[in-house]
Design a protein around this ligand. Sequence first.
Ligand code: SF4
Ligand code: SF4
Length: 438
Amino acid sequence: MRDLVVLFIHFIATLARLLGPGGARSIVAESLLLKHQLLILNRSRRRSPKSFAKLKKHFSAHQKGILPLSMPTTRAKIWDMLRLLRHGGPALCNVAVTNSCNATCDFCNFANGKIPHKDLRWIDATRLDAALQILHGRGIRYVSFFGGEPLLHPYIAEIVALSIEKGMGTALITNGWLLPAKLDELVGSGLKTIYISIDAASIDAHEANRGLKRLGERIRAATARMPRLGITPIAQVTMSKLIKNYHLLAPFLRDLGFEAVAFSYPQRTRLGSSSLAWSDTSKLVDFTDRELIEAFEAVDELRTAFPVNNPHASIADMKRHLRGESEHFVCYGGYKSFYMDWNFDVWRCDAWRERMCSVWDFDKTPFVRDGCTACIADCYRDSSVMLHFAVSLGDTLDGICEGKLVATLKTIANTRNLESLSAVFENARVRSRLARTG
Ligand code: SF4
Ligand code: SF4
């Protein structure tokens, strides 16, 4: 009887959506996505039923509080950090858990309908623990889960819990559509930082680009609960022509419940890796260099009205890049930041043409450190600015061990280190302000 009632409610809700604008398209798309997800899951379950059962059991024990998360102690974390500093500091990895997405953003090739259904993939959650162990062994202490849309992965909460259990700082980037439904599970997994994508300073423009009606209501419903749950809601805004006036973002984001913003720099050319977060046809990211420099200046001016996560020094470098001047900071993609996709392939960054290796060979694959400044990918350029001081420190210690004292003095006395340190403090100031308000 209960099932019949649920079925009837579901039927009425589907009928109501069907009668709404664009209803038929969104229902067909969602059904196909769901069907494909179930197919993949069933295949994976058939291949490794024990691993799936173990993963589920382990996670539900955490959620019920039977099994506390066996995270490293603060003391162990401090020792770990000191050990990593000797080698240039902790590294980070952006992990794309799926290439599927339910949104239709104009400036992104992950958009719903752009990838044939037969090519949609979800990372195998039963193998992720082993993959994270390998990443941890190579000094990776920060993991950011994204997609496509990561909340479409049926085991996303378990995936997050696995990385938190390893003591890795964990964040997730989502379009927010499924967030109200998944928030409790994510909190149960220990997640503290969620980035929600926002494209414009008005909800109509944002929803039109995303192709998701009433998305704003869902985002608001989630951000309203986040501070009580100890989660920091941060807006992830792609710099595009949908933003006509950056100053209008401050009241809009505040009203949506955000406490800070991180900007994604527009990807106007094809990325070389499996990532499809780019578009070479979208008019929304078709900037001249002059227009983009002005947009970066507007981002800097926004800091007085709203906390901006991107370091000032990194924005200054992106402007130098666009003006064809030499940049202050090289990128550590391949040395301190990496990208891993749904096939467990590891790349130095989203933009690079050749993959480094499969994660299963990552422990014996040499890092790449070639002083690259080829692109303006925020995930890698911003973090490189902040890591520059730690890398210099590691280089200095190496120099001392090898008896190269003059070169060592030059490395540590470089003014770039001060710039890098002030970027770290700037970020810490935003974070501590968030901790106070959050
Ligand atoms: S930007 Fe994000 S939400 Fe939009 S289509 Fe790409 S992956 Fe999906
Ligand atoms: S500058 Fe761009 S292409 Fe070069 S390593 Fe960094 S992210 Fe990759």
